[in-house]
Design a protein around this ligand. Structure first.
Ligand code: DGL
Length: 270
């Protein structure tokens, strides 16, 4: 039995870590499409082609359920995959919905009509492709009314993180937060809508002010996966081995991953 966790690169490790803490006995296949990261500057067709190729590879590893721990793929490709591509006996889930349910104070799977919620002004930080898709605003509109969303496309941050250049990543985050604040001076909440960004959580929080509630996905996805598997245990697939696969250079990717998670992570070639 194994569950797949997919990202374009290292960002999904924030989700992997939360899922592993929550479900330590569950074998996890992590797949990083590092050779093609970042996805956030690609167009939707390109993201769809790359994501389906990677997820198909994860099905071959015995995963019946794959989490797209990548907002860019969730925003640009997931709906099309679910409509046309995912086989009936497999599931592919995204990372947007648990986050929006938390923001709108909903229980898992509460599909009641949209209603007013406490938070009125939300800052969304995400990749250019995620911002362009407007998927976040679409999912939010199903659940909440009267929420003003200002989105900031954070160009360059994912590349800097993948390159391990945290000084550049920090400078970019601060300048993107400044740009957002010029458009929305007092957000009530901020969404880190890219799985790479929790690695910069403290910088976002510091640049935004202490009273802005910063939501990131990792723990929320861990909790909702655990809940999902309680209800649908048949989607724990046939794979028995935990592994980390990458389309990039396994040594380089392993070094970066070990640096980020502060635990030894060894990738193999996909
Ligand atoms: N970490 C991914 C996301 O959540 C992808 C970033 C990228 O490849 O540009 O959007």
């Amino acid at each position: 039995m194994a569950v797949g966790i997919f990202d374009s690169g290292l960002g999904g490790l924030t989700v992997w870590s939360a899922v592993h803490d929550k479900l330590p006995d569950l074998p996890l296949v992590y797949f990083a499409d590092s050779a093609h990261a970042p996805y956030g500057v690609r167009d939707a067709d390109d993201i769809y082609d790359l994501t389906t190729k990677s997820v198909g590879r994860m099905f071959d590893e015995g995963c019946d359920l794959v989490i797209l721990a990548c907002n860019t793929a969730s925003a640009a490709a997931l709906r099309r995959m679910q409509e046309k591509w995912v086989p009936k006996d497999k599931r592919v889930l995204g990372v947007f919905v648990p986050l929006i349910e938390a923001l709108t104070e909903r229980q898992w799977g509460d599909n009641s009509p949209p209603r007013e919620v406490d938070v009125k002004h939300v800052a969304l930080f995400a990749t250019p492709a995620t911002v362009a898709s407007r998927a976040f605003q679409r999912e939010l509109a199903f659940r909440a009314i009267g929420v003003d969303v200002e989105a900031q496309a954070c160009g360059g941050v994912v590349d800097a993180i993948e390159d391990g250049d945290m000084i550049l990543a920090e400078a970019l985050v601060r300048s993107h937060v400044d740009a957002l604040k010029r458009k929305m001076p007092n957000p009530g909440a901020a969404i880190l809508g890219c799985t790479h960004y929790p690695l910069m959580h403290e910088t976002f929080q510091d640049a935004l002010c202490a009273d802005v509630k910063v939501f990131s996905q990792a723990n929320l996805v861990g909790d909702s996966l655990s809940d999902y598997l309680d209800r649908r245990p048949e989607f724990v697939g046939s794979g028995t081995e935990s592994k980390f696969l990458t389309t990039g250079d396994p040594k380089r990717v392993s070094d970066r991953a070990t640096q980020f998670l502060r635990r030894k992570i060894t990738f193999a070639a996909a």
